[in-house]
Ligand binder design. Structure first.
Ligand SMILES: [Zn+2]
Length: 88
């Protein structure tokens, strides 16, 4: 009865494997294909291919811990190409 409002669940981060607690209504999730451990459409070689309907059907949303969400956000920001120089 000392619980905070809202419910929490405990799960494993699908990116780093860390066990963490999260609010199922708030947590960031990614769709993971259990056969590859990657989102459907990603191959184990890191290349993209069209996701087949069966790959999507067997995939499930997996929670991602806040540390990995932050890391993904900073990687994405660092990945932005600098603007091309323009000639006068
Ligand atoms: Zn993580």
């Amino acid at each position: 009865m000392a619980d905070k409002p809202g419910k929490t669940e405990t799960g494993r981060c699908c990116a780093c494997g860390r066990t963490f607690t999260y609010d199922p209504g708030e947590v960031m999730t990614v769709l993971i294909d259990p056969q590859t451990g990657l989102p459907p459409g990603f191959s184990v070689l890191g290349t993209l291919r069209p996701a087949g309907p069966e790959a999507v059907a067997r995939s499930a949303d997996q929670p991602v811990c806040p540390a990995c969400v932050d890391r993904a956000a900073s990687l994405k920001a660092a990945d932005d190409p600098p603007p091309f120089p323009t000639w006068p």
